[in-house]
Design a protein around this ligand. Structure first.
Ligand SMILES: [Zn+2]
Length: 88
């Protein structure tokens, strides 16, 4: 789990997500299933608590507080969806 503070945090992870071409599946708003490079599926959840954006991923890296590329992939979808919601 990590707290998303800025997009800069995600840059490296997004680059990796693009490189390994991860697949992100929408489950519900804020919950995504991400297929990692090893073919394993991870669940990423994004939620807002107060002013903090909390991102959780079921992989080991995220467990240690790292910004993993699964989370980055799911977040890019999530941010797009959140933006759409605000405008509708
Ligand atoms: Zn992860």
């Amino acid at each position: 789990m990590f707290i998303l503070e800025s997009k800069a945090q995600l840059e490296k992870a997004i680059a990796k997500a693009m490189k390994v071409r991860i697949q992100v599946k929408f489950i519900a708003f804020g919950v995504y299933s991400v297929k990692g490079s090893q073919g394993k599926f991870y669940t990423v959840s994004c939620k807002r608590i107060g002013n903090q954006k909390i991102v959780e991923c079921s992989c080991l890296g995220a467990d240690k507080g790292l910004v993993c590329y699964h989370a980055a992939g799911a977040l890019s979808l999530h941010i797009g969806l959140a933006r759409q919601r605000q405008t509708t």
